[in-house]
Every structure is written in C-alpha cells, then in structure tokens.
Design a protein around this ligand. Structure first.
Ligand SMILES: Cc1cc2nc3c(=O)[nH]c(=O)nc-3n(C[C@H](O)[C@H](O)[C@H](O)COP(=O)(O)OP(=O)(O)OC[C@H]3O[C@@H](n4cnc5c(N)ncnc54)[C@H](O)[C@@H]3O)c2cc1C
Length: 553
C-alpha cells in the first residue's frame, strides 16, 4: 500500500511544454519550478497521508454541524500558513498573484493525494475566479481577502431534488427585503455545505426572483454567507449529509435556506451566465482531479507489478510486469495520465493567455469528459493488475475507483457534456476549423520530429473526425451518437497531445518510458477511434427502442 507521490518532474515537463514560447501573465519557469517543489513537499508530507483517514473516518453530522476527520484541521492550518489558498489570487487581496498554471498543477497534486480534502480546497479557487470576473468592486473587496487568506471556504449550490442536469427547474426563491435578498428553498448534494476547517462558508446560490420568467433565464446568482460579520448564524441549516460509495471526507450536504440573507451578483436573470465562470473553473478542475486520481492508480500499479511474481518468465518465476497483458494495462494507464495532463495544461495555458477562442468551451468539456473517464479506467486497470488483492481494501486501488466514480457525474454528467458538444458547441463558427487546425499543427510537430507515421495517423483521424462532424451537424437527433462523437473528439485531442509529447521526448524525465507509451498509443489505443467514427456517420438513433424500454406493466 503506497501513498500518492507527486510526479514533480513529469508535471514540470508537461507545464513547460504547454506554455511553450508563449508569454503568459504571471508565468516564470524558474518561479514555477521552485513553487512546485515546495508544493510537492507539502502535498506528499501533509496531504497524501490523509487519504486513508478521509476514506475511513469520513465526514459526520453532529448537532447540525459537519465534523471532518480531525487530522484535516491541522493540515488545513498548514495549508493556510503556507499561503496556498491565495496562490493565484491577486496580491492586492493578500494572494501571491502566481500563474493559474501553477495553481492548476497544485490542484492536480492535491486531488491525487487526497480527493476528499481537495473538494473543500478547490471550491474557493473557482469562487475567487467567479468574483473577479463577475462581482462588484465592493463584493470583491469584501470576499476576496477572506477566501485568499483561507478564513472562509465556498460552495456551489445549484442542485435541487427536481433540478439536477436540468437547472431550468430550480425553485429556490430569493425575495428582496429592502436591504438585500432573503433566500428560501432547499439545495441538495452541496459539496462542503458545512465544515469545521474554518466554520465559515460562502455559498454561491442559484435562485429565482419573484417576478422572474420561468426557465434558465429567470435564475440569478447570490452570495449567502453561513454567518454574519458579528458571528450570528445566517438562516442556513444542514439537514443531512449523504452516505456515498466514496469521497467520504467530502461532506455532501442537503441545505435548507430559511430566509437566509444574501446579496446578488450581477443583475437579475444573469445567474447562469455568472455561475458559468464558477462551473467552468470547476470543470477544468475536475479534469485535473481525473489526472491526479489516474496518477495515484498508475503509481500503485507500477509498484505492485514490479514486486509480485506469478507465472513463468525467462530464467524462473516472472514479475507481473514481464507479462505482455500486464504491460498493456500499465501502458494504458501511463498513456491516460500523460495525455490527460497535456490536454488540461494546454487548456489552462489558453485560458491564462486570455484566449477568446470558441475552442475553450469545447476543450473544457473534452478535458472534463476524457480525464474523468481516464481516472475510472485507470482505477479499473489498477484493480485488474492487482488481481484479487485489487478487490481488497489493502492496496487502496478500490478506493481510487470509488472516489473517482463521481467525477463523471458532477460538474455536468459526461452524457450531458457529450450532448452539448454534439448539439450546440460544434455548430459554433470556428470551432471545427480551430480543432482541425490544432490537430494538424500537432501532426506537423510530429513530422518535424521525424515521426511521419504519427503525422499520417493524425491526418487520417482528423479527416474521419471532419466526416463525423459533418454527419453530426446534419443530424437533427444526436442523442444516440453524442457519446461516440465525444469519444472520437477526445481521441483526436489525445492523439495530438501524444504527438506533441513524443516530439519533446528528449527533454522528458524518462524518455524511454515516454517513447514506449507513445508507440503504444499509436499501435493499440488510437484504433478505437474508427469505431466511434462509424457510429457517428451512421447517424443511428435509438427511437426504435422506445417501447422496448418502457417498464413492463
Ligand atoms: C458527491 C457529489 C457531489 C456533488 N456536489 C455538488 C455541488 O457541490 N453542488 C451542486 O449543485 N451539485 C452537486 N452535485 C450534484 C451533481 O452535480 C448532480 O448529481 C448532477 O448534475 C446530475 O444530476 P442528477 O443527479 O439529478 O441526475 P439526472 O439529471 O437525473 O441524470 C440522470 C442520468 O440521466 C442523464 N440525463 C439527464 N438529462 C438528460 C438529457 N437531457 N439528455 C440525455 N441524458 C440526460 C444524465 O446524463 C444521467 O446519466 C453533487 C453530486 C454528488 C453525488
């Protein structure tokens, strides 16, 4: 059983590749390396040992307040003392003003080390991004220093029992009271809805104003603090915390808003637009969670298959890693980790560069989808490589599967992301052209590095993707093919990521491993794309199953 170890050299390599020769605000390669070295020491020494505690002890509700594992408290104090909450916040708010690339890499480490605690630490990062983009100067001045200093944590309150994927059904009501707003309603599944790390939580709430039109356009965004400046509790009650298959250290709360005082962010009816800044930041972050979790699964597998002997090898009993089928599984994990990390960091670099490209929305969904599926696949493979021991708690690969499973569900289910890509995003002007140009540019990088085979594969994949895109755009009913289209799109992006990685193998921490993985991607993994392309061009819909799937009388 091993704890997560930050793959610092791999992270630095991927970050530097993603930045390339771009001049990104706040980016300094020397500073990044030094900060990440400190971060890795902190994560490996303080956070990683908490993962087991997170799973075994979990969060509890006592007398209406959430209690987290006691060891989380000391770790949180060390986190604040190190200035980590304000890593990417402006210096005017008491933060360190460092690049979002560094904050992204730190987030990947935290999630790999202890997903349960990471949930509480990551929401304030998205909250600060949202305040910067959307809140009034007075709101920013009030809340940014509290979040950047770690005095307050934050939540995102969207989901209600009748409003999950479909937020147009949100019923929570906000009424004006002369001074501000009062919120009435119930929210479920709120991560970090209460906690005892700080006791103070700033809730970002989607609610409907009394005169608002129905549907999404009637939603507004509110800030509702758990307590007032004089220490009185606001009218927000924790009704229960959910029992879950994993992520035990993250309290998933049902909250009642009983006339809670709140302030609006932006204007009435702008709620979803304003909340999108938070949701998009969290979606990239969930992609990074996927990379961190896949890394943990891969590290445990690598250690195990290099230690256990079974079957015949050259000159005696073989280590598991000597069997090709085990190599296949380990290389798949390595490919998912390296490709997913590259996709996320390239997206972060585009965001940091302030790119207005319509590709940002698309790649946010692709990263969320691909990296979360990657984490689940890597965890499944880890269990398989451990054999019967993988099914036991001892090696903690089953924990990675239980913890990572939610990542494909929250922040928009992967199915909804696929539907959005196929029905909306791909129709936006410039998206298909931008995506094609990026894949072809990666092919040119591969050709420049002497990998003509990779360049040819990318050209072929891109052509198939364009055919599939034309079919999807012309298809009025994409529900049946949306998943295949997302998987094909992710495959092309993954192929481009690996083309770039292989071209830079000479500078990688472990060039031999990187080249072996790149070859495996080319020869074993990319062939899957053909099947997805065929589903897309078939334009199959599943209407024929309508009667067959109704519950039998
Ligand atoms: C551990 C955990 C933490 C969470 N944290 C938060 C949080 O902090 N804040 C918050 O607000 N929420 C949170 N959630 C809620 C989460 O975001 C929702 O569970 C998610 O959005 C899905 O909503 P739902 O559960 O109602 O599923 P449903 O919307 O009922 O979906 C069920 C299935 O149907 C599919 N489906 C639904 N509609 C369509 C459609 N139109 N087309 C095709 N397929 C469709 C979905 O893809 C899914 O597979 C959390 C949930 C969990 C379990």
């Amino acid at each position: 059983m091993i704890d997560y170890r930050t793959p610092l050299a791999d992270i630095v390599f991927a970050l530097e590749q993603a930045v390339g020769d771009r001049a990104l605000p706040g980016w300094d390669a020397e500073v990044a390396r030094s900060v990440l070295e400190h971060a890795a020491r902190f994560v490996d020494g303080v956070i990683a040992p908490l993962d087991l505690v997170s799973d075994r002890e979990g969060a509890r509700l006592e007398a209406g307040r959430v209690r987290l594992p006691a060891a989380f408290g000391a770790a949180y104090q060390a986190y604040c003392a190190g200035g980590w909450p304000g890593l990417a916040a402006g210096e005017d708010y008491g933060g360190q003003g460092l690049s979002g690339m560094i904050a992204g890499a730190f987030s990947e480490m935290l999630a790999g080390a202890c997903h349960g605690l990471h949930m509480s630490l990551s929401l304030p990062q998205g909250a600060m991004r949202t305040l910067r983009a959307n809140a009034s100067p007075a709101q920013q001045a009030r809340w940014m220093p509290r979040l950047a200093g770690g005095e307050w944590l934050a939540t995102m309150c969207l989901t209600e029992p009748q409003a999950g994927s479909d937020l147009s059904l949100v019923r929570t009501l906000a009424r004006p009271d002369g001074k501000g707003w009062r919120i009435e309603g119930s929210k479920i599944f709120v991560s970090g809805g209460d906690q005892d790390l700080t006791g103070k939580t700033l809730h970002f709430v989607l609610a409907r104003t009394p005169e608002a039109q129905p549907g999404l356009k009637g939603l507004s965004l509110f800030l509702a603090p758990s307590e007032h400046d004089d220490g009185r509790r606001n009218g927000i009650e924790v009704l229960r915390i959910e029992e879950k298959m994993g992520l035990h250290g993250s309290p998933t709360c049902q909250l009642a808003f009983n006339g809670a005082e709140a302030e609006m962010v932006g204007a009435p009816g702008e709620g979803l637009k304003r909340m999108f800044a938070l949701m998009n930041a969290q979606r990239v972050d969930v992609g990074l969670q996927g990379v961190g979790l896949a890394t943990a699964a891969m590290q445990r597998t690598l250690a195990y298959v290099n230690g256990r002997r079974q079957g015949r090898g050259i000159g005696g009993t073989a280590l598991l890693v000597e069997h090709d089928d085990v190599r296949r599984m380990l290389l798949t994990q390595m490919a998912l980790v390296g490709g997913g990390r590259t996709l996320c960091y390239r997206l972060l670099a585009d965001i940091e560069a302030g790119s207005e490209s319509p590709l940002i929305d698309m790649m946010t969904s692709v990263c969320k989808f691909f990296c979360t599926e990657a984490a689940i696949s890597a965890a499944q493979l880890a269990i398989q490589c451990h054999g019967g021991y993988g099914y036991l708690a001892e090696y903690r690969v089953e924990q990675v599967l239980r913890d990572s499973r939610i990542t494909a569900i929250y922040e928009g289910t992967n199915g909804i992301h696929a539907m959005t890509l196929a029905s909306r995003v791909i129709h936006v002007d410039g998206v298909a052209e931008g995506f094609t140009a990026d894949a072809m540019a990666a092919g040119a990088v591969a050709a420049g590095a002497g990998r003509v085979d990779t360049a040819r594969i990318l050209a072929d994949l891109t052509a198939r993707w364009n055919e599939a895109t034309a079919a999807v755009r012309a298809n009025p009913r994409v529900g049946g093919v949306a998943d295949a289209y997302m998987r094909l799109t992710a495959m092309v992006a993954f192929a481009a990521a690996w083309a770039r990685l292989e071209a830079a193998a000479g500078q990688a921490p472990n060039p031999e491993r990187l080249r072996a993985t790149a070859r495996f991607v080319r020869e074993f993994m990319l062939v899957e794309a053909g099947a997805y392309a065929e589903i897309c061009v078939s334009s199959a819909d599943l209407g024929y199953a309508a009667n067959a799937l109704r519950e039998a009388p």
